[in-house]
Design a protein around this ligand. Structure first.
Ligand code: HEM
Length: 289
């Protein structure tokens, strides 16, 4: 048996390359902050820089956590579920750091922290998402999963999609000018949500390669339209002009293309794994973990 703090070991106590890789992934933002330490310290607002980094990585790991279920099915790699909880708790650690850094930026004046959070819309939204994530993290221990029972646990944890939506709104609200990265993030979450919705609607765990291709094209099209409409409304320009720029690659690659590329990679993985020689067993539904 492994000690619970030995995160790199599996349930049988063996060193697991998958767990080691996941730990490396979760620690990457810390290592990057250390490498960038000089520029952070000499920047205009070091604490604000760290707040942004922690928020960005929290959202990223939240997305990676949500990607585990589709990916384990598409790649026919059931073991991936072993690291889902680690990724989710990792996301929460970054979000805890995000709030702690914000508190440090307010000179640890808790009254001011509460006042700020309750008086700014983007912080009310972020704070609500924060409380939701804290609830999911707190109900992720073996004991609580057992006490709640698999079904109730799964129902509670479906709230993660609402939490992700709030986190994305918070991200958009605090973005001052260029919305390229938030739009890309939103489109990836949309893909993940659409995958679940179609799987639920078709009453199947596995979507066919053709369905995955259709879903990726639809999410890409929605991303182009959503971005054009959003920029059109925000900057009072015609959405058609924004759409025209989507095909001008010298002006940068729009998020709609990026999500299409990501979707096509997923389609390619599914196509190859479905025809993989030898046994590619159907992946069983994930346990409540
Ligand atoms: C009480 C809870 C929260 C507080 C006080 C808070 C505070 C902040 C602040 C002050 C910023 C920078 C705004 C600026 O410079 O104008 C920020 C950015 C951000 N926050 Fe939060 N936040 C909270 C919850 C969350 C949650 C739950 C998430 C996601 C899971 C999140 C993700 C982000 C992201 C992605 C950014 C932008 C990062 C970037 O620029 O790349 N925040 N937040």
């Amino acid at each position: 048996m492994n000690s619970s703090w030995q995160l790199w070991r599996d349930r049988r106590g063996r060193v697991s390359p998958l767990r080691v890789g996941t730990l490396g992934l979760l620690l990457f933002p810390l290592a990057k902050a250390l490498v960038d330490a000089q520029s952070i310290v000499h920047g205009a607002r070091p604490l604000n820089d760290l707040i942004h980094r922690a928020g960005f990585w929290a959202l990223t790991f939240l997305g990676v956590t949500l990607a585990v279920t589709p990916l384990r099915r598409i790649a026919r790699y059931g073991n991936l579920v072993e690291v889902r909880r680690m990724l989710g708790v990792g996301a929460f650690c970054y979000i805890a750091a995000h709030l702690t850094l914000f508190t440090a930026d307010q000179m640890f004046d808790l009254g001011k922290v509460v006042h700020e959070i309750s008086h700014r819309w983007y912080l009310i939204v972020g704070g609500t998402a924060w409380l939701g994530l804290a609830t999911l993290a707190a109900t992720s221990t073996d004991g609580i999963v057992r006490r709640l029972g698999g079904l109730r646990w799964r129902r509670l944890h479906q709230a993660v999609y609402v939490i992700a939506l709030l986190a994305l709104i918070h991200y958009f609200q605090q973005t001052k000018a260029d919305v390229t990265v938030p739009v890309f993030a939103a489109s990836l979450f949309l893909w993940l949500f659409a995958y679940r919705l179609v799987a639920w609607w078709q009453e199947t765990g596995e979507l066919s390669t053709l369905t995955l291709l259709t879903l990726s094209c639809a999410v890409s099209a929605l991303t182009f339209v959503g971005e054009a409409a959003g920029i059109g409304i925000a900057f009072h320009v015609s959405p058609m002009r924004v759409l025209d720029v989507a095909f001008d690659f010298s002006a940068g690659i729009r998020p709609g293309w990026e999500v299409l590329a990501a979707g096509l990679v997923v389609v390619a993985i599914d196509f190859v794994r479905a025809r993989w020689p030898g046994r590619t067993p159907r992946v069983r539904p994930a346990p409540a973990e």
